[in-house]
Design a protein around this ligand. Structure first.
Ligand SMILES: Cc1ncc(C[n+]2csc(CCOP(=O)(O)OP(=O)(O)O)c2C)c(N)n1
Length: 570
């Protein structure tokens, strides 16, 4: 391994300050501008110190909303997302958001207040051992015992959150530590090591790629997170090797680009899945062989060797034996590979690539469902086309999430924000808030379902409070659609507990929160509805009524391999 070092400046504060004040000044020093949270007894000293600071705190209406907003802010801005909560119920409300960031490798720092050290372990009011609760779902955590440690802990937490494989870091601050005065804050000196693989490993990867007749580039979310998007695009351009993407990597290659076959996996494209199954080499960049992507693992790409690039050594060989494992930072490693490839003879896999380009066109999704009702896939395709290159889709979880992945067009990596690994309903609305605050000039649209929106609907109040010009499309099939679809095909149409037909009138709900809203219930209203949504200056919600029987196709049934896709009609 070779290493390049970037120093993080040590703290230099010297006047006596409270721990709470040190939290705020350290965050300011680290360049934090935006944070999301919700106050309560055990974190009140920090909230007291925030007032008048440079930090822009967004009061969400539930800590889960704050965590999701921070996560999405991180995905779009490329910075560390920050959220805060009080002890006990505040901290436990963050848990789903922490798990979400962990599974998608999102850099996040979560600050929780806790009861004073003197009563810790005594079941004090609002006491929860949040370090214990979150232990399996954080990259690292701290219980801070002395105010003087605060700058060093926060600086180290930011460093850990964003370095290597990014992830969430928890800082738990007992109330007495927040009150404690100190004039001896300890700073630290961190170096940011960039791991680069040995040249000989890159040479092995190159040799495997040159020997392959039927290679596929399999792109995962790590490509975005590591800032390797240009290197991935260069590789694709230079080699002409067909590419497939995981859900989380959508946008890494622009939709519709030559040789890009789309998403693989359970609801992926037929061409992507068939090409992977037929391949003799998978070049995996920043992906982890998630079961939603691989289908039945033992039958996944059965004839393919694997060259796997990943920052996390534990991912290499975890689920699939590899021929060459390239551990380290994706960007420099791919750049090194690209440099080698450009020096040798050009790769020619044009026959193989043509075969899949043709198959891709033959099996493209069909937008022409019959009827007068709204056809969500068609609406989403039109939305992304009209929204243009500034489009960001912040998705919730369910059928609508898969339709977004399948039918929206993405031109850049930030354009698609989704809860990939955890698949958490309720993500969409707060994720839209985080994305819009990270990129105010983007056309950010939350796309949510009637089930998902109810899981964090209180964040409409946050949208209204801060007049965040977020556009919301609520696709209402009056069902928990994705579960209903599985019941239809895998549980003999026993539609148990998926009926939401007593949903509230979402137009009235939005208006009650102060957000203008309108309904779309026929196909001939879709175009004008999208125009109205996109033209709105402030926040706006379109309540779109769709057919409860609409399904997501194609579909790899659970337990089957990706070559066995079911295809349905409307
Ligand atoms: C917090 C949480 N609970 C349960 C689920 C399981 N689940 C996945 S999709 C889905 C249905 C989503 O319904 P809706 O939001 O209406 O979207 P649709 O599928 O109809 O588009 C459910 C219950 C989940 N992913 N997350």
């Amino acid at each position: 391994m070779s290493a390049a070092a970037t120093a993080i400046k040590p703290s230099t504060e010297t006047e006596p300050q409270s721990g709470a004040r040190l939290v705020v000044s350290t965050l300011e020093k680290l360049g934090v501008e935006v944070l999301f949270g919700y106050p309560g007894g055990a974190i009140m000293p920090i909230y007291d110190a925030i007032a008048g600071s440079k930090l822009r705190h967004y009061l969400c209406r539930h800590e889960q909303g704050a965590a999701f907003a921070a996560d999405s802010y991180a995905r779009v801005s490329g910075k560390v997302g920050v959220c805060m909560a009080t002890s006990g119920p505040g901290a436990t409300n963050l848990v789903t958001g922490i798990a979400n960031a962990m599974l998608d490798s999102i850099p996040m720092v979560c600050i929780t207040g806790n009861v004073a050290q003197g009563v810790m372990g005594m079941d004090a009011f609002q006491e929860v051992d949040i370090l214990g609760v979150t232990l399996p779902i954080v990259k690292h955590s701290y219980l801070v015992r002395s105010a003087a440690d605060i700058p060093a802990v926060i600086e180290e937490a930011f460093h850990i959150a964003r370095s290597g494989r990014p992830g969430p870091v928890l800082i738990d601050l007992p109330k007495d530590v927040q009150f404690e005065m100190t004039d001896a804050p300890r700073g630290i000196h961190l170096s940011n090591e960039i791991d680069v693989a040995e040249a000989s490993i890159i040479a092995e990867a190159e040799a495997a790629i040159r020997a392959a007749k039927k290679p596929i580039l399999y792109i995962g979310g790590g490509a975005k997170i590591s800032g390797a998007v240009e290197a991935v695009r260069d590789f694709a351009r230079m080699t002409g090797i067909p590419q497939v993407s995981t859900l989380n990597a959508l946008g890494t290659i622009p939709t519709g680009q030559d040789n890009f076959l789309g998403m693989l996996g359970m609801h992926g494209t037929r061409a992507a899945n068939e090409a992977v199954q037929d391949s003799d080499l998978l070049i995996v960049v920043g992906a982890r062989f998630d079961d939603r992507a691989t289908g039945k693992l033992t039958e996944f790409a059965p004839h393919a060797g694997v060259v796997h690039f990943d920052i996390d050594p534990s991912e290499i060989g975890k689920l699939r034996k590899v021929a060459v494992g390239v551990t380290g930072d994706l960007k420099p490693n791919l750049e090194a590979l690209n440099a080698r490839l450009s020096r040798g003879a050009a790769i020619d896999v044009s026959g193989w690539a043509d075969q899949w380009r043709i198959r891709s066109a033959e099996t493209a999704f069909d937008y022409n469902a019959p009827g007068e009702g709204v056809f969500a896939p068609q609406l989403l395709n039109e939305l992304s086309q009209k929204a243009g290159p500034n489009f960001i889709a912040a998705c919730d979880v369910g059928q609508h999430q898969m339709w977004v992945a399948q039918y929206c067009e993405f031109s850049r990596p930030q354009a698609h924000i989704t809860s990939g690994g955890l698949g958490s309903m309720g993500f969409g609305l707060p994720a839209g808030i985080g994305a819009k605050l990270a990129e105010p000039d983007a056309c950010v649209v939350t796309i949510t379902g009637d089930g998902g929106v109810m899981m964090n609907i209180q964040e409409l109040a946050t949208v209204n409070r801060f007049k965040i010009p977020l556009k919301i499309i609520l696709l209402d099939n009056s069902r928990l659609g994705m579960v209903r679809q599985w019941q239809e095909f895998f549980f003999e149409r026993n539609f148990s507990e998926v009926d939401l037909s007593d949903n509230p009138d979402f137009v009235k709900v939005a208006e009650a929160f102060g957000i203008p809203a309108f309904r779309i219930d026929r196909r001939d209203q879709v175009s004008a509805g999208i125009d109205r949504l996109l033209a709105a200056e402030g926040p706006i919600l379109a309540h779109v009524i769709i057919d409860p029987a609409d399904n997501v196709w194609p579909l790899v049934p659970p337990g089957k391999n990706n070559g066995e896709m079911l295809e349905g009609s409307r």
